[in-house]
Ligand binder design. Structure first.
Ligand SMILES: Nc1nc2c(ncn2[C@@H]2O[C@H](COP(=O)(O)OP(=O)(O)OP(=O)(O)O)[C@@H](O)[C@H]2O)c(=O)[nH]1
Ligand SMILES: [Mg+2]
Length: 450
């Protein structure tokens, strides 16, 4: 008889430190809930505590810890000799592929949450202590995000990048496990498997990096072939509506979903209706609060699309009460990858969900922003006009001479510039063109070669 595996239950844990106000705390917790749902778990409860900071060894005070343990069925104390239920979480990181852990049904007791998800970055010993006290598997925010990326990655490049980030997340946690594990398992025993694990991880990382380099060379080439084209990139917080705008602007069928990190791979499509020269639009991976540094680093090449664009459309969900914090996060990620020098326009999306008062506030706060709804065709068409106007302003008009011996290059000219007029004289085809200065310089160079 086949039984459907039950959806794993998870308890969220959050600590509100004094510098975090109630709105931000609520929002963060709500976001964590959505992340956990994206992972395929169901949120069974929440334990929050106001604290000065997270203690070195324990995340929660003893009272709250007992409250949490009552939910998960753990002892509520760290000092017990019961070994942590470790490994399951670790095994999953080490390559087990099943999407959800099957849950053993126990008809006698109500199902207990088997995951504790903490809205903070935890040290390896904090994870271990919490696992001991709760009897559940513990994941921190980073662990959840890394895991989501792992499940959603589609292209070879994204898969390789995520595996690198994942191994880098696991490695220090293994190291942490040695400190406590050695004591309990007797001298040497834990240590040697640990060394083996670490060596395996190092070897695998080296192998992955080699593969990534090869894949990235290919994508660099593809990008370099596009370098002179008119390019605009949609960037911003996850779920802001980048892919929705991408669809509306390019008529493409990219994935739009009301979940976090729906998009992990960059897609490039032509702005519709097509212009001359055509404009390429890229949809990119979204950002999130506390995006693990390794993931930022490993998505550098995906985000290179953003770096090389002439214009960034900075998409924000204006209907979200915490949109300003999201904006800040996105800005800092872009700074981190060095894209803050690229000209950008702020796009305040989901305006259909903002009332008149809210709109007035937005206009006042962000006088230069484009306010729109990705679902309103008129708004999208106005955005298209703004994009075109941006490129028009950057374009120059020049005359190129295409020698008779080089007629084969005409396609290149048409691809990268708008041909305003064509005449023939004794030197060749004389073309008056309009395009970006960089594109025209490169065309001139290729016409002058030999
Ligand atoms: N009401 C409303 N909903 C919108 C608008 N734009 C997008 N959405 C919804 O917001 C959700 C997220 O949209 P996406 O386009 O997938 O967002 P994204 O920025 O690509 O998200 P990630 O790929 O996860 O980073 C979807 O449910 C969309 O239908 C809008 O203008 N108004
Ligand atoms: Mg998307």
């Amino acid at each position: 008889m086949e039984t459907k595996p039950a959806i794993p239950l998870a308890v969220l844990v959050s600590i509100q430190t004094p510098e975090v106000d109630d709105v931000a705390h609520e929002a963060s917790l709500k976001e964590l809930g959505r992340l956990v749902k994206t992972l395929g778990y169901e949120v069974a409860g929440t334990v929050s505590q106001k604290r000065e900071g997270t203690g070195a060894g324990l995340v929660l005070g003893s009272g709250k810890l007992a409250e949490l343990a009552a939910l998960t069925g753990g002892s509520g104390v760290v000092g017990s000799m019961a070994p942590p239920p470790k490994s399951k979480a670790r095994q999953r990181f080490e390559g087990a592929t099943e999407a959800v852990d099957p849950v053993e049904p126990d008809p006698d007791v109500a199902r207990r949450p088997e995951f504790v998800i903490v809205d903070h970055e935890l040290s390896p010993s904090q994870i271990r202590n919490l696992e001991r006290a709760t009897g559940a598997q513990v994941l921190d925010r980073t662990g959840v995000i890394v895991e989501i990326f792992h499940r959603h990655a589609n292209t070879r490049e994204a898969k390789l990048q995520v595996e690198v980030a994942r191994l880098k997340y696991v490695a220090p946690r293994l190291r942490g496990a040695s400190a406590g594990g050695g004591r309990q398992q007797g001298p040497g025993a834990g240590e040697s498997t640990l060394d083996l694990d670490r060596r395996k991880i190092r070897d695998r990382l080296a192998e992955l990096r080699g593969q990534l380099e090869a894949v990235q060379r290919d994508s660099d080439q593809r990008r370099s072939a596009r370098r002179d084209q008119l390019r605009v990139a949609l960037v911003g917080y996850t779920n802001a509506g980048k892919s929705s705008l991408m669809r509306a602007l390019t008529g493409s069928q990219v994935l739009v979903e009301d979940k976090l990190f729906a998009t992990l791979d960059t897609t490039v499509r032509v702005l519709q209706p097509e212009t001359r020269p055509r404009v390429l639009v890229s949809d990119t991976v979204g950002f999130i609060k506390q995006l693990p540094h390794d993931l930022v680093a490993s998505f550098r090449s995906t985000l290179a699309e953003a770096l090389e664009a002439s214009l960034l459309l900075f998409v924000v969900d204006a209907s979200d009460p915490t949109y300003q914090a999201q904006l800040e996060v996105s800005r800092s990620v872009l700074r981190e990858i060095g894209a803050d020098a690229v000209p950008s326009r702020l796009v305040l999306n989901k305006l259909d969900r903002v009332d008149a008062t809210g709109r007035a506030v937005l206009v006042e706060k962000h006088p230069d922003a484009i306010l729109l709804s990705a679902h309103a065709p008129d708004d999208v068409s106005a955005l298209r006009d703004t994009i075109i106007a941006f490129f028009e302003a950057a374009m120059v008009e020049e005359v190129l001479v295409l020698p008779y011996a080089k007629q084969g290059l005409i396609g290149d000219v048409y691809e990268n510039a708008r041909v305003l007029s064509e005449e023939y004289d004794e030197t060749g085809r004389v073309l008056k063109v309009r395009g970006l200065p960089g594109a025209i310089t490169r065309l001139r160079q290729s016409l002058a070669l030999r």
